[in-house]
Design a protein around this ligand. Structure first.
Ligand SMILES: [Zn+2]
Length: 100
């Protein structure tokens, strides 16, 4: 799961172990939130227990692809489409130029 820093907007990705550790820490402290330190600026990102529980559920329901991988696949797909489009446009421009 990703935590976006309130201060610098850096996204800190937590793996399943980190989420489990956060939940365990909340169990121990009996608090309903956990502070995630930003990897970039070091500020604490206070995050509600519900968010971690949802994050853990997402890990447990994890399909073969993580959300990040799905996003990357979509991005790659879009980049390929854009490239094909650019190539077609280049061919068209070349044809137009040749006609002149
Ligand atoms: Zn930050």
């Amino acid at each position: 799961m990703d935590i976006t820093c309130w201060n610098c907007k850096t996204v800190t990705a937590l793996d399943k172990a980190a989420v489990e550790a956060a939940l365990a820490a909340m169990d121990a402290s009996k608090l309903g939130f956990h502070d995630v330190a930003c990897a970039s600026c070091g500020k604490s990102n206070r995050t509600a227990r519900d968010v971690f529980e949802a994050g853990l559920a997402a890990f447990n329901a994890a399909p073969e692809m993580t959300k990040r991988e799905i996003n990357q696949a979509h991005k790659a797909e879009k980049a390929a489409k854009d490239k094909a489009k650019a190539e077609r446009a280049a061919v068209k421009a070349a044809v137009r130029k040749a006609r002149k």
